[in-house]
Design a protein. Structure first.
Length: 428
């Protein structure tokens, strides 16, 4: 009981710190989803948590997730007026609290959506959703909200995509993901597991069964650097390492993680927790340019992970397996036409480090089978979509990573929500 009182006291202090700005920079500039943050916080100040949840649910169905893993200091909190002269409002914590609090009291998404007026034109419409990650789950929820019959086709035996396999438990508890997914499925959504596009599922088949199709399969194949030694035993892709959890024995080993995003941080922190002697994060730009959330970087440092900023790997050395890596130092220069400083290798600054394993966490790309779907792709291999999220097949839509959307959960969810709006308009 005392813990609950303290928790309520703490959340009210965090909420009261908000100035309730009329211009709402946290919402309009900082939040990809456009959550009405000042209004949500006002409800929290008044201990009206269900009302806060209702406002959140107008724009997102993933508050318990985004409240925990969004790069808040680069998004909502980075635009907070309070942050100009001090610490910003702890928006992420407040969002996660609202979800947790209403969940404790037994409220679900279906309770919020139950009084939504349904359009009769949509009553018998059917939409197939391929994939079960953030964009696909968001599309499914906003379509089901309108009374559309939604079926999700997922290649694995569970839903959640990278929320389950790509983000470690210490950052996002699986019980939060499970509750979020159940909330969405309870809107009346059907799921067919172990269905993979290009294997036992085709667009032609779904076209005969449904009015519209949405593809949200993500893009989880780790990109490579194209350097010597990349094929040696002991070189891993960060995405695959997290997805399949097939880690080697790190005890007493030295590991290098190449990259500066949240996947790199998740890999480095996971590997350190699994007993590696040394973990180095190698990033070719400066610390302030890292796309990873600032808190994740600080947590990694606190856990004893070493950062080699403005360093680049140019060669991996070993006979059959990784033994060493050749690095080169970089300087940041302004190139014509670029808004961001670019790293350039400094001649004759090469040096060698001993290393047992190397993890490539430099970004991701779609799987090979996407090339065989008969859809137009862009130069990076993502599915091309127009401003209405339509692919080159008019009744097939796509969003999230597979459509080249910015690689955070909030941006994927926003693209899913906006795609749902377009699908609804077109079904009418």
């Amino acid at each position: 009981m005392n813990n609950q009182i303290e928790e309520i006291k703490d959340i009210k202090e965090k909420a009261n710190y908000c100035l309730n700005c009329k211009v709402k920079p946290c919402s309009l500039k900082g939040c990809p989803l456009g959550n009405n943050i000042p209004e949500i916080i006002q409800k929290v100040k008044n201990e009206e948590y269900l009302e806060a949840y209702k406002i959140l649910s107008e724009t997102t169905v993933l508050p318990g997730v985004c409240g925990r893993i969004c790069p808040h200091k680069k998004q909502c909190q980075g635009s907070c007026v309070r942050g100009i002269k001090g610490e910003p409002v702890d928006i992420g914590y407040i969002e996660a609290f609202v979800f947790d609090e209403v969940t404790k009291k037994g409220y679900e998404l279906k309770d919020v959506f139950k009084n939504e007026k349904k359009d009769e034109k949509l009553k018998n419409k059917k939409v197939a959703i391929i994939g079960g990650g953030p964009s696909a789950l968001t599309v499914a929820a906003f379509l089901a909200k309108e009374g559309i019959q939604v079926t999700i086709y997922e290649r694995k035996s569970y839903l959640g995509g990278l929320l389950v396999y790509g983000i470690p438990e210490f950052r996002l508890p699986k019980k939060i993901v499970e509750k979020t997914i159940n909330n969405i499925l309870d809107l009346g959504i059907q799921v067919n597991f172990n269905k993979e596009l290009g294997k036992n599922l085709t667009l032609e088949e779904l076209n005969k069964q449904c009015d519209k199709i949405f593809i949200g399969i993500g893009a989880n194949v780790s990109t490579k650097m194209g350097i010597e030694g990349e094929s040696l035993d002991g070189v891993f892709g960060g995405n695959e390492l997290l997805e399949y959890n097939m880690h080697p024995n790190y005890k007493g080993k030295k590991v290098a993680v190449i990259g500066g995003g949240n996947v790199a941080m998740d890999c480095a922190r996971t590997i350190k927790k699994m007993g590696a002697q040394e973990v180095k994060v190698i990033y070719r730009r400066a610390e302030e340019q890292m796309p990873a959330e600032q808190k994740e970087v600080q947590d990694a440092k606190n856990e004893g992970i070493e950062f080699l900023f403005q360093n680049n790997v140019v060669r991996i050395i070993g006979k059959d397996k990784v033994e060493k890596a050749e690095l080169i130092k970089t300087e940041l220069v302004k190139k014509e036409g670029d808004s961001r400083l670019s790293p350039v290798n400094i001649p004759n600054s090469n040096y060698i480090i001993d290393i047992d394993y190397i993890v490539m966490a430099l970004g991701s790309k779609p799987e090979e089978y996407v090339k065989n779907l008969g859809l137009e792709l862009n130069k990076w291999g993502n599915i091309s979509v127009n401003e209405r999220y339509q692919t080159s097949m008019n009744n097939v839509y796509s969003a999230g990573d597979i459509a080249g959307v910015k690689g955070t959960v909030a941006w994927a969810a926003k693209s899913g929500r906006e795609a749902a709006k377009c699908i609804i308009e077109d079904l009418k």
